[in-house]
Design a protein around this ligand. Structure first.
Ligand code: B3K
Ligand code: ZN
Length: 874
């Protein structure tokens, strides 16, 4: 397969002034008439149109003249024309087969309805076109379909015409007034029902809001609609950005490769991010919906009005839009809780990616299959980099930069440099060094060495940056929010020396120092005692901080720091010290222990009556197994799991009484009627954290069963099942069976049922999962189902997937090959679950390697999976 490079970018030679698409929908043979007005920009170059091998070309006309075979060149990836004039009209007729389209890219069918997915390069599976984001055009779409089969006919923009046709057919014409690249094109048709509302913009324009779902889901749209209205309001208030069309449509479909897609005026969503009612969706689901609805809505400005010049710039729209959705959720719920959750997400998912074989800069320099680069790095690390601008410039400066960005580039396809330039010019600062964050892969390690001189009362802090283990790289600009405190936890004054003064500033988020060199030293005066260091407050940069704080220091920070992130981080570090100590003990066959420092810190949190309950719950959680194993160059899975399980159980035993008391009090105070509200969410979060610990002790199993039976909101029901999940008791099986019977007809809930079993850490897990692939409700055609069984197994079932015989690896490898035949995008995601093989201790390393080799040696691999496995083996 061919590799594409950023350095080869060339601007397009042709402009597509307008495009008029006509679709004659039919399940197996849909005809697409693509009428374009084309203009050459310069000389007379051949016109290369992208087109996938799944297209059947019917005819081509240039200025109404039918072209003959010898007039063009056609291969499995493109159609080349040799236009006779500089301005001409093209009419290309193709046929596609939506019903057989299992890739879920281009035009496909889901539960009998038609829908499209074009980003990144799916439009070429609909017609021949310049399928690249820097070709912007005015789209008009006419849809013709059977009335009974497709009551609803939708596309981008505004409806300008519709009516009946002979033979029980009807049609609709949609016109999008904004020029757009073809990846934002969408078409939806089928028998859908609609939930409607309106929103009045700050300019006093009324926008019709419509959510289209299958009839059986009409009762689950309320939260999505509220989320949309909140998003519209928030973007006006915080960013001054209002919606720009008369109608905003969201369609929910069950078969979707990703979360959702921001097509202009017509978002298509995975139903997981639309449908919710308290009985069937958890707090986490509700939050996911609010944030994804927000994310797609925010793309209307950051992505659609201003788009990317080429796919290497993907983080321009994704990093920025994730940053915006993070801020939205923070403003809707709790900023402190959101920040910690985002950091956990980054560390659990992005850090391993950045340390593995698929590591790439947030601006990748090359790709084989673009869909493989919709990654945690481009999205989440990209958002962290946008957040750096925000930290450096402050809210006001950042908003000025945004304003300028939009003024300069509205209606254009631009680059990350354009964004940086807007930020810099609007604030009259030089931000050139920020570029280094975009072009280098790897999580930076920031090593801190502290030297205190008791005579001069002077403190020197030396920061050293390492990238991929080395100090040979372009230095990054790393903003570090910080503070000093004494042994009692009282904040100490910050007095930078003359030479340090210009590198330290007071910001709205607190004191900030800017590390700009590979080795950068900062001096502070007038410190009567050696201070404790509170560093990287608010997680001010996406780095791994290497500072060896003492246990005493961490204990003081954990209970006294003014920054809730640092408080949480300090207790996590104490837990990590404990976990790591036991790994050593496991390897030396010594008994495990609990460190007093961790116990005391845990106790202080548990007994703290002032602290926000959600923060309390987060502080009480152990570091996740993935992040724990990230701490090692060589991962001893047995030691890690044994240490993790031990500490969890030890906590449960040690604090049994207090956990039980807290559980009961929260259970008693829980409001009977579900509310998606931050206090209620926090309440359930802490209650279920206690429950999870308590069920480490088999004698409390009944509490889990009771909670399962007594509650009707999915948050509590699922938490009970999760807490029971690690013990193969008959009650667990009974509850799971009851759950299945109750929810058999609800796909999203049945996904949870599959995921529960896929994540059960037992000796039986692998056998169970194998059996589940034969279950009548399992299907290889629905990505959500694949993710909930196979994805969860590979990502979260440490015992089963990493089974010492290597059978877990073999099983998943076979499944990847099966999935690849139907859906390469999903198969590639599953294949990336093997990416950490090099770090596993033997025998797992060799066993996993063999599984990847097995995939790599298969015939006819998709380029999606090929790219992942070939890079993984390197
Ligand atoms: N832009 C889409 C993702 C497209 C995925 C392509 N395989 C969703 C989003 O980020 O909003
Ligand atoms: Zn996005």
């Amino acid at each position: 397969p061919q590799e594409h490079f950023l350095k080869d970018y060339q601007s397009p030679q042709y402009e597509i002034k307008s495009v008029y698409l006509t679709f004659y929908l039919s399940p197996n043979k849909t005809q697409v008439i693509n009428h374009m007005v084309v203009e050459a920009k310069g000389g007379k170059a051949p016109l290369l149109l992208d087109g996938d091998k799944s297209l059947t070309l019917v005819s081509i006309k240039e200025n109404n003249q039918l072209l003959l075979k010898e007039d063009y060149e056609l291969n499995s990836e493109s159609l080349t024309l040799f236009p006779k004039s500089n301005q001409f009209e093209l009419e290309i007729v193709t046929e596609v087969d939506p019903e057989s389209n299992t890739y879920l890219e281009g035009l496909y069918r889901t539960n009998g309805n038609y829908c499209t997915q074009c980003e990144a390069e799916g439009f070429r599976r609909i017609t021949y076109y310049m399928d690249r984001p820097d070709v912007l055009s005015s789209f008009t779409t006419k849809i013709v379909a059977d009335k009974a089969e497709s009551k609803v006919l939708l596309s981008n923009g505004n409806l300008i015409e519709s009516g009946d046709l002979p033979n029980n057919q009807h049609y609709a014409v949609w016109e999008d007034p904004y020029k757009k690249p073809c990846y934002l094109f969408a078409l939806v048709a089928g028998n859908l029902e609609v939930v409607e509302d309106t929103f009045v913009t700050q300019e006093n324009r009324e926008v019709a809001l419509k959510i289209y779902v299958e009839a059986r889901n009409l009762d689950k749209c309320e939260h999505a609609m509220q989320s949309l209205k909140k998003s519209m309001q928030w973007d006006e208030e915080r960013f001054g950005l209002a919606y720009d069309l008369d109608v905003y449509m969201i369609v929910a479909v069950d078969d979707f490769n990703m979360g959702a897609m921001e097509n202009k005026g017509l978002n298509v969503f995975n139903s997981k991010y639309v449908l919710a009612k308290p009985e069937s969706a958890t707090d986490h689901d509700f939050e996911g919906i609010e944030s994804v609805i927000g994310h797609e809505y925010f793309h209307n400005w950051t992505g659609n009005r201003i788009t990317c010049r080429d796919w290497f710039q993907l983080t321009l729209k994704e990093g920025l839009t994730v940053f915006r959705d993070q801020e939205f959720t923070a403003d809707m719920l709790s900023p402190d809780v959101k920040r910690i959750e985002d950091v956990k997400r980054l560390r659990n998912n992005q850090f391993p990616e950045d340390a593995g074989p698929m590591a790439h800069p947030i601006q990748p320099q090359s790709y084989i299959e673009m869909n493989n680069f919709y990654t945690m790095t481009v999205y989440e690390k990209g958002a962290e980099v946008v957040r750096l601008y925000h930290t450096l410039l402050g809210e006001k400066g950042f908003q000025q930069g945004m304003k300028r960005y939009i003024e300069c580039f509205d209606g254009q396809a631009v680059t990350i440099q354009d964004f940086r330039q807007a930020m810099a010019e609007a604030n009259d600062v030089n931000l050139n060094q920020m570029h280094h964050w975009y072009i280098q892969p790897g999580t930076p390690h920031l090593k801190v060495t502290k030297t205190y001189n008791p005579i001069t009362k002077c403190l020197a802090l030396k920061f050293s940056q390492f990238l991929n283990g080395k100090q040979v790289h372009l230095p990054l600009l790393i903003p570090v929010l910080f503070g000093f405190m004494d042994e009692e936890g009282t904040a100490l004054p910050i007095k930078p020396s003359i030479s340090t003064k210009n590198k330290v500033t007071q910001t709205e988020k607190g004191m900030l120092l800017k590390v700009t060199q590979l080795n950068d030293t900062f001096e502070f005066m007038g410190l009567e005692t050696e201070p404790y260091l509170s560093l990287l407050r608010h997680f001010s940069a996406p780095v791994s901080l290497d500072y060896k704080a003492t246990e005493e220091e961490l204990m003081v920070l954990a209970s006294h720091d003014s920054d809730s992130f640092v408080r949480w981080e300090s207790i996590q570090k104490l837990a990590m010290l404990n976990l790591k100590e036991n790994v050593i003990r496991f390897e030396n066959s010594e008994p495990f222990l609990i460190l007093d420092s961790y116990l005391n810190a845990f106790k202080a949190v548990l007994e703290d009556n002032e602290i926000d309950l959600a923060l309390k719950s987060l502080a009480m959680a152990l570091p996740d197994v993935i992040y724990f194993s990230e701490q090692y160059e060589e991962v001893n899975m047995d030691a890690i799991l044994a240490s993790h399980n031990f500490l969890k159980k030890a906590i449960a035993e040690f604090f049994e009484e207090s956990l039980l008391e807290t559980y009961q009090a929260l259970e008693a105070s829980e409001k009977p009627k579900y509310r998606y509200h931050k206090e209620d969410i926090a309440n359930r979060m802490l209650k279920n954290r206690c429950l999870n610990y308590l069920l480490q002790l088999p004698k409390h199993f009944d509490i889990g069963v009771a909670q399962y039976q007594n509650h009707h909101n999915m948050t509590d029901v699922l938490a009970a099942l999760e807490a029971m999940n690690h013990l193969a008791r008959v009650e667990r099986a009974q509850c799971l069976e009851d759950f299945y019977q109750r929810w058999q007809s609800d796909n999203l809930v049945i996904d949870k049922w599959f995921a529960l079993q896929a994540s059960a850490q037992s000796d039986q897990a692998l056998e169970d999962v194998k059996k589940l692939t034969k279950h009548p409700d399992f299907t290889y055609h629905t990505p959500n189902r694949l993710r909930s069984l196979l994805g969860v197994f590979g990502r979260l079932n440490f015992a089963g997937f990493h089974d010492k015989t290597g059978e877990g690896y073999q099983f998943l490898a076979e499944e990847v090959l099966k999935v690849d035949k139907l859906n390469p995008q999903v198969a590639a995601r599953l294949a990336s679950l093997f990416s950490q093989w090099q770090r596993l201790a033997e025998p797992r390393k060799t066993l996993m390697y063999k599984a990847i080799e097995h995939i790599a040696s298969a015939e006819d691999l998709s380029k999606d999976v090929f790219e992942i496995v070939s890079k993984t083996l390197k």
